[in-house]
Design a binder for this molecule. Structure first.
Ligand code: 6R9
Length: 655
């Protein structure tokens, strides 16, 4: 990666923590010192913040890498840690969930109430034959029952597999089959953009006619929450209404202890090729790191903060930073069923004002879409309660970072750009608010207790000022324990590349700046090669987003007779500029802007002005599909797109 261009590294704005923030910050320099002095003792101390039914005496067993065991002889109950212990400590009246449905209906649920609900549900699930190690698929909208379901499954030592409510019957079926789920928890439907979007029919379809699929039906029951009030088909004997069985069940349920390495969940993540991987996480280490990072990275003070992570529970961020981290910390959090722009484009900011949100954790894709609509919308709301902002999911371009800081954070709230993956389970790289001087666009430093490096293809350290591949060099508590049913693929995908060094290969390109801070450059598969120069998607996209007219951009490398690959850009223009300029003029202006900002080599050969980009449900741009368009091919598989119609619109615009 040595000939890569240094555009992002020209970004040199820095923001020191304010004294007042630092004075009350949970994160300290001492955490780094402790972790550096004795990493295992450091993690053991974090783990002891949880309640252990049986305390552990061993910290890490790394005798058969890459299969790690953390706190192996300890026993705990994950749900007890998220619920009962807060009630027993006298905090039962604290609100756990400030839920708002898309139509504007509200529910406030205290820790005592959520604990009761989870106990009742645990009794129902036991009655349905669910016990330790059984798999339960959860296919629900963002309603409190979704969180309760995850916790009830965890309480029984069973394993959940949450499937995003926007996924099709086919995706649901393959996930149910792969995990051999015994039970599906779903709803009749949920609200999306002003309408009820049905869920139960997809479950029915997934479980119907399996002729030819060869799979043995594993599902015995379907538990259905009434939410959308839409008509649903009913299979007697298999289907049960939640409201018939849960309220009637006993609210007495004692949490049993399970081994620290008892599996907690499987979450499927799509690779660029092949079938989705069922990433497996276990209990003690996962909960330790999710809880610790949620506390120090988000500076979470459970007595006073109102926390809001906008992620859906169908994504790993929803697992670690909606369900497990915040509830284990005893936080009060907003849970929102809807989308940012329904029924009006200020809906999120209205919620921040209404609930007095103090900590907001969201994705760059959302920030850029707000940028596109302009500052007038957030400016209409009182956002002064916000004191910390977080970002996750993609590299955040410096311009989006600055906009987030200025318009949403009122130039005061520190921003934490957090890098991690479904596989890492919890945050790995991020500033600590109140400690780290932040830099727009850089995820910066590993959190205390985490060891990473940026290395060359041969595994050697690249040194400051250079680019390479991001690796994790030591095992960490929340690391994936495998791929469900496929240990070989686990070893091959993540551990083979740097087998000699024993490093975990994350699949991301990254650079170290002169201070040794990490800048992410995008997935390694997305790197372009133009006339022998390796160019990162993130660098060029950041430059394009730095152009005044641009709201969002995606670039891909398309084959080119002279340069090998050429840069092709797909650009969303802010409304005010679209009205006042021609597409040709804008394209020309963006091309020369990139030339000035980075260098002629990075100047896009083509600039296509589009009104949307193809994204996954978690907001990641699917560049593979744009490459198909740029190279004039038929567009490939679009089933994991949030909106499958987007590609036909883009193809039409490009012609
Ligand atoms: C949590 C989550 C993981 C991939 C990861 C990387 C990208 C996530 C990022 C980031 C740069 C950040 N990614 N956070 N890139 N800066 N702050 O997103 O998990 O859905 O598994 O995606 O997302 O490419 O490898 P997951």
């Amino acid at each position: 990666m040595s000939s890569q261009i240094d555009h992002l590294l020209n970004e040199n704005r820095k923001f020191a923590p304010s004294e007042s923030f630092a004075a009350n910050a949970i994160g300290t320099v001492g955490l780094y010192e402790h972790a550096r002095a004795d990493r295992e003792a450091f993690w053991a101390q974090q783990a002891r913040d949880l309640h252990w039914h049986k305390p552990f005496t061993e910290v890490l067993d790394w005798s058969t890498p890459p299969f790690a065991k953390w706190f192996d002889d300890g026993e705990l109950n994950v749900a007890y840690n998220c619920l009962d212990r807060h009630v027993e400590a006298g905090n039962g009246d604290r609100v756990a969930l400030l839920w708002e449905g898309e139509p504007g209906d509200e529910r406030r649920i205290t820790y005592a109430e959520l604990t009761d609900e989870v106990k009742r549900l645990a009794n129902v699930l036991t009655g349905l034959g669910i016990g330790q190690g059984d798999r339960v698929a959860i296919y629900l909208p963002m309603i409190p029952e979704a969180v309760a379901s995850m916790l009830a499954v965890a309480r029984l030592g069973a394993i959940h597999s949450v499937v995003f409510g926007g996924f099709s019957a086919d995706s649901l079926r393959s996930r149910i089959d792969d995990a051999g789920a015994k039970l599906v928890i779903t709803a009749d439907g949920g609200y999306r953009k002003g309408k009820v979007s049905a869920l139960k029919p997809a479950v029915d379809m997934a479980l119907a006619d399996r002729n030819g699929s060869g799979a043995q039906e594993s599902v015995e029951h379907v538990l259905v929450v009434k939410r959308g009030e839409n008509d649903v088909d009913w299979t007697e004997g298999r289907d049960l209404w939640w409201h018939d069985v849960v309220p009637a069940a006993s609210k007495d349920h004692e949490a049993q202890a399970f081994p620290a390495e008892n599996p907690l969940f499987i979450l499927y993540t799509s690779g660029t090729t092949g079938k989705p991987k069922g990433i497996l996480h276990t209990s003690g280490g996962y909960l330790t790191q999710a809880t610790f990072t949620n506390k120090v990275v988000h500076d979470l003070h459970p007595e006073t903060d109102v926390y809001w992570c906008t992620a859906d529970i169908g994504w790993v961020t929803g697992h670690s930073y909606v369900t497990y981290g915040p509830l284990a910390n005893g936080a009060t959090q907003v849970l929102f069923e809807g989308t940012p722009d329904s029924p009006h484009p200020g809906r999120w900011w209205e919620l921040v004002e209404k609930y007095g949100v103090t900590i907001l954790y969201t994705a760059p894709t959302a920030i850029r879409s707000f940028m596109k609509l302009g500052r007038a919308i957030p400016n209409k709301f009182d956002l002064s309660s916000l004191r910390l902002l977080g970002s996750v999911g993609e590299p955040i371009n410096p311009e989006a970072w600055m906009w987030y800081r200025e318009i949403i954070g009122n130039n005061l709230a520190p921003i934490v750009d957090t890098w991690w993956q479904t596989e890492t389970g919890a945050i790995m790289i991020s500033a600590l608010p109140g400690v780290t001087e932040t830099k727009p666009g850089s995820a910066q430093v590993p959190v205390p207790g985490i060891s990473i490096d940026v290395v060359n293809e041969d595994g050697s350290h690249v040194g400051n000022g250079n680019g390479g591949l991001l690796v994790v060099t030591e095992p960490w508590p929340a690391m994936l324990r495998g791929i469900w049913g496929d240990p070989e693929r686990f070893v091959e995908t993540y551990w083979e590349k740097f087998h000699a060094q024993g490093f975990y290969f994350a699949g991301d390109g990254a650079r170290l700046d002169d201070d040794g801070d990490v800048w992410f450059l995008g997935r390694v598969d997305d790197v372009m090669n133009v006339s022998g120069h390796r160019l990162s998607t993130t660098e060029i996209e950041s430059a394009i987003v730095g152009h005044d007219a641009t709201a969002e951009a995606a670039v891909v490398g398309a084959s080119d007779e002279t340069t090998g690959q050429a840069v092709v850009a797909f650009v969303i223009i802010k409304q005010s500029y679209l009205d006042a300029h021609t597409p040709e003029g804008l394209g020309h202006s963006i091309r020369s802007w990139v030339g000035e900002q980075i260098g002629p080599i990075a100047r896009p050969r083509d600039v296509y002005i589009v009104n949307e980009l193809p994204k996954t449900r978690s907001g990641k741009i699917m560049r593979r599909l744009l490459r198909d368009v740029a190279e004039g091919r038929e567009v490939g598989d679009t089933t994991t797109l949030a909106d499958t119609a987007v590609m036909s619109v883009i193809s039409a615009q490009v012609k």
